[in-house]
Design a protein around this ligand. Structure first.
Ligand code: PXP
Length: 241
């Protein structure tokens, strides 16, 4: 079985568009769990454009599965996560201007800061993954930083068309293999949808996929339970065939 983490950020995006109370990303998370989600992912961004601190607190109180908190490795965020204690943290790069996370973390350039954040969080019993591109040196650096795992940035694969896509897939397959050989747990995410997920879900080393936008977009039309169930069915099919 491959775990499916549902990113509910964009439920909060709709709420924040009106600075209203609804829709509640925590209510969406509970429905997603009932439909088979294995975990809930939220990204607490520096500008708080969607998820708010109280969402993370309420999710930790009410969620039945596990919480994966995506965050930048800033001192304030590390303090917040260490205090709340989600099961998982995924360290991501963050720029205020970007629409969404663009590219993986440069673990090599920020080695010291990341190593310290990993040590602090893992010391609190939180499993830390680094969101990185499938690049040998970055994967080795994740291991050197003491991370539990990596989340391979699947965005380049998802955005590629024609002959470029199999090339991007190959990089992810090789990265997953190397990471597992180095003792890292392998996750994937960013840009995955109902059309492009199967080749990624078939990579044997992948143990978890974190998917947000495509599932929330489908949920607007068919409801979140059906949108999650359909993705679970695809993942199960990928592992059977
Ligand atoms: N994983 C990480 C580290 C991310 O930053 C995001 C986007 O917040 C996702 C997964 C989910 O990406 P998407 O919304 O494109 O499915």
């Amino acid at each position: 079985m491959i775990r499916l983490g549902i990113n509910v950020d964009h439920v909060a995006t709709v709420r924040q568009a009106r600075l209203a109370q609804l829709p509640d990303p925590v209510a969406a998370a509970l429905l997603a769990e009932q439909a088979g989600a294995n975990g809930i992912t939220v990204h607490l961004r520096e500008d708080r454009r969607h998820i708010q601190e109280h969402d993370v607190r309420r999710l930790l109180e009410r969620g039945k599965t596990k919480v994966n908190l995506e965050m930048a490795a800033t001192p304030a965020m590390v303090r917040f996560a260490a205090k709340l204690g989600p099961q998982d943290v995924c360290l991501v790069p963050e720029k205020r201007q970007e629409l969404t996370t663009e590219g993986g973390l440069d673990a090599i350039a920020h080695r010291r800061k990341i190593k310290d954040a990993v040590a602090r969080l893992q010391g609190r019993g939180i499993q830390v993954a680094l969101f990185i591109d499938p690049v040998v040196e970055q994967i080795e650096c994740a291991r050197d930083c003491g991370a539990h795992g990596i989340e391979i940035h699947t965005g380049s694969y998802c955005n590629a068309s024609g002959a470029k896509r199999p090339r991007e897939l190959k990089k992810i397959v090789a990265g997953a293999r190397l990471a597992q050989a180095l003792g890292l747990e392998v996750h994937g995410g960013h840009g995955l949808d109902y059309e492009n997920v199967l080749p990624i879900a078939r990579i044997p080393e992948m143990v978890e996929l974190n998917i947000g936008h495509s599932i929330i977009a489908r949920a607007v039309l068919v409801g979140i339970e059906r949108a999650v169930r359909e993705m679970k069915q695809l993942l199960n099919r990928a592992r059977r065939s």
